[in-house]
Design a protein around this ligand. Structure first.
Ligand SMILES: *Cc1c(COP(=O)(O)O)cnc(C)c1O
Length: 480
């Protein structure tokens, strides 16, 4: 039979060869990634010289294109799943979920409505149920949705909060968040069209938690002015330090003031699976909405975020539209159409990877991994405290540790220390041997490690600290 040349198909043999090569590459990557260099760099000029071309009219042999990509594209990405990627929030990932994503994409499953894919919708309902239970949310009334990430989950939450608390008119609505809240919240607030005057950024205390008194004063003042406090964003694991806000206390304030209580736990909430994390997150169950990011500490590959809500009707009240072209697939209310619970209509099948990885490894293995991460950060803190070179700036919290180079007896000025730590980070990154960047805490330049990769060992950290020290010594010969 002659193939239709315009059908975008490969032959069975070609597909098999192609597919096996892709799988072989992924497996090889999983086998060798820990011993490769984590950091990749490249200027626009360098990338242009490799890739810049007009869209080709004529095709090429499939394997040639694949080989070109394996050689030139996949090798030029910083690997955030690497055991020595300490910066931002790493994404350790796992092989089972990678394969699940391949299946979801391979079958091109539309995860928008029940009728199109009842099993996909059911798995999203079931895995959301698992998460609701984990976080102590009401199982029957609660609900949620998987999103591309934490940013979209926060946007979905704030859209819902505004809809439920303000209805159509939000001209007097005021939203509260701390100076440690993640930038995606401010982005979401902007997307929603709030004015600068409607945002209250509340200072944090010495531990980077909400200053409760300042918050209370601010709410009282806004009430006096006739404004409408409608939403508070707390953080359960700040990106900088892993700090968890005083969730129970904030919940009480929100209840009394009739304010929507959103918790951004994109990074840290997964720690509820460990004993220590559970202790720290008391009160998380009182949120109206909660963002968690499975592509961070639930070890899922990108992209996967999640929003949980106390009352699933709040999502459907906010996002349901009834266009005529979807009238035949509306279904009944127990058969959820996720396009009615969030922003996207066409959605990829994200629940599958969460489902398959938890079924395969069991929750216990996730608990152990998270507990290992928290303990590892505490061990690193001990090592730092025992040395004369390092100063712990903020104690290990939810697997994040902040420290700086500050050798005893050298009496460096703050300015010198800032420059030195900036220099160390730059040298480490350009060596490509570890991804370790700085952040600012109380105005000081500090090195920050986020240790949520279960493949990171204490020796990895020791090697990285030795590398930092080597660069610090080079520098001190010149400057100090
Ligand atoms: C990472 C992070 C986000 C943003 O999530 P993305 O998945 O990157 O969109 C939001 N809040 C916190 C606290 C985070 O750590």
């Amino acid at each position: 039979m002659k193939k239709n040349l315009a059908s975008l198909e490969l032959s069975e043999e070609e597909m098999k060869t192609y597919g096996h090569q892709v799988i072989n590459a992924i497996v090889a990557h999983f086998q060798t990634q820990d011993s490769e260099l984590p950091v990749a760099m490249g200027s626009r000029e360098e990338m242009d010289s490799l890739f810049l071309e007009e869209a080709p009219e004529e095709g090429s042999a499939p394997i040639d294109v694949l080989n070109f990509v394996l050689e030139n594209v996949m090798t030029k990405s910083t690997n955030l799943s690497h055991p020595k990627s300490y910066s931002f929030v790493p994404g350790p990932s796992n092989f089972v979920s990678v394969m699940a994503d391949s299946l979801a994409t391979g079958y091109n499953i539309f995860s928008g409505g029940w009728v199109a894919s009842p099993a996909a919708a059911e798995l999203e309902i079931i895995t959301i149920q698992w998460l609701l239970k984990m976080f102590g949310f009401p199982q029957k009334k609660g609900g949620g949705i998987f999103t591309s990430g934490g940013s979209m989950a926060n946007l979905t939450a704030l859209t819902t909060a505004r809809r439920i608390k303000c209805g159509e008119d939000f001209s007097k609505a005021i939203i509260y968040l701390s100076d440690q809240a993640h930038s995606s919240n401010i982005k979401a607030i902007r997307v929603l069209g709030f004015k600068k005057e409607q945002i209250r950024i509340i200072p944090t205390d010495i531990e980077f938690k909400f200053s409760i008194n300042k918050l209370k004063n601010c709410i009282a003042k806004d009430r006096l002015k006739g404004l409408l406090p409608f939403c508070l964003i707390a953080t359960s694991g700040t990106t900088n330090t892993g700090t968890v806000d005083q969730l129970s206390e904030l919940a009480k304030i929100c209840k009394k003031e009739d304010i929507w209580f959103h918790i951004d736990g994109a990074y840290g909430a997964a720690a509820i699976l460990s004993k220590k994390g559970k202790q720290m997150m008391k009160g998380i169950e009182k949120a109206d909405s909660l963002t968690v990011d499975p592509h961070k500490w639930f070890f899922q590959p990108y992209e996967m975020g999640c929003l949980l809500v106390r009352n699933h009707k709040h999502l459907s009240h906010t996002f349901t539209e009834k266009p005529e072209y979807l009238r035949d697939i509306e279904g009944n209310t127990s058969e959820i159409n996720f396009y009615d619970h969030g922003i996207q209509l066409t959605r990829r099948f994200r629940a599958l990877k969460f489902y398959m990885s938890i079924k395969t490894f069991g929750l216990q293995e996730f608990r152990n991994a998270i507990t290992y991460n928290i303990d590892l950060a505490e061990k690193v803190e001990k090592i730092l405290r025992a040395s004369k070179t390092w100063e712990v700036i903020f104690p290990a919290t939810l697997a994040i540790i902040n420290f700086r180079y500050n050798p005893i007896g050298k009496n460096c000025t703050e300015k010198q220390l800032d420059a030195m730590n900036q220099y160390i980070s730059e040298k480490v990154v350009t060596s490509r041997k570890a991804l370790l960047v700085t952040t600012l805490l109380h105005g000081q330049v500090v090195l920050r490690m986020c240790l949520i990769n279960p493949r990171t060992t204490i020796d990895d950290v020791k090697e990285t600290l030795a590398l930092c020290r080597k660069f610090a010594n080079d520098q001190s010969l010149v400057k100090l």
